[in-house]
Design a binder for this molecule. Structure first.
Ligand SMILES: Cc1cc2nc3c(=O)[nH]c(=O)nc-3n(C[C@H](O)[C@H](O)[C@H](O)COP(=O)(O)OP(=O)(O)OC[C@H]3O[C@@H](n4cnc5c(N)ncnc54)[C@H](O)[C@@H]3O)c2cc1C
Length: 170
């Protein structure tokens, strides 16, 4: 297994990890960043930005329903596959663009699940990192355990791969 030494290893390429990595690199540190999912994090790929596409469509449907019989004779309906294709037209570009901008800042980029193996050491499937300071900007996982009906809940990741907007089972 290859061992690589950095001053800072950042886990997670979302807004938090990307900002931290860029600031450390700017300060002259030797920085690496790793993510187990495509680069970009929750906000750009599964959260804030793509959500707005759904909100826009949902608001349009709701408004057209309110105006039924008051000037509109048909209500808008969602074409789920088209909507997701539209969402993908911008989220699809994020991982490569995020990785390229990190590399341009002189940051080494890696893909895989990082695990701590000691206070200053981490490893992924093919690589060991250390000794370094690790900045863990891994976001927060969904806290479904608080919900009594958690078997009926969906989280952001599988949600985006629904083939239609009424899945038959969780
Ligand atoms: C549906 C939804 C809508 C949202 N809308 C908004 C909004 O409108 N406005 C707003 O301000 N916020 C919004 N948020 C919240 C926002 O997305 C998060 O606050 C933000 O993304 C957190 O950024 P982060 O960098 O801390 O973590 P994240 O962006 O979650 O990044 C963490 C990264 O770490 C990686 N990772 C985790 N563990 C490991 C590991 N062991 N090894 C390697 N990689 C690992 C993950 O794969 C992930 O890519 C929304 C969230 C969701 C789910």
């Amino acid at each position: 297994m290859e061992t690589t030494n950095f001053n800072v290893l950042v886990i997670g390429t979302g807004e938090g990890g990307t900002t931290a990595a860029q600031k450390c690199a700017k300060a002259g540190k030797r920085v690496a960043i790793v993510d187990v999912l495509p680069f970009g994090g929750t906000c750009a790929l599964r959260g804030c930005d793509p959500k707005k596409v759904l909100i826009g469509a949902a608001e349009t449907v709701a408004r057209s329903r309110q105006l039924l019989g008051h000037g509109l004779d048909t209500a808008a309906t969602v074409a789920w596959a088209d909507l997701i294709r539209f969402k993908n037209s911008f989220t699809g570009k994020v991982p490569a663009a995020r990785e390229a901008s990190l590399q341009k800042a002189g940051i080494a980029t890696y893909h895989g699940l990082a695990r701590f193996t000691g206070p200053t050491r981490c490893r992924s499937a093919t690589r060991s990192y250390g000794p370094s300071s690790s900045l863990s900007r891994r976001g927060r996982g969904p806290a479904l355990s608080a919900f009594r009906a958690k078997s009926c809940c969906w989280t952001a990741r599988p949600f985006w791969s629904w083939r239609n907007c009424r899945p038959t089972s969780p």
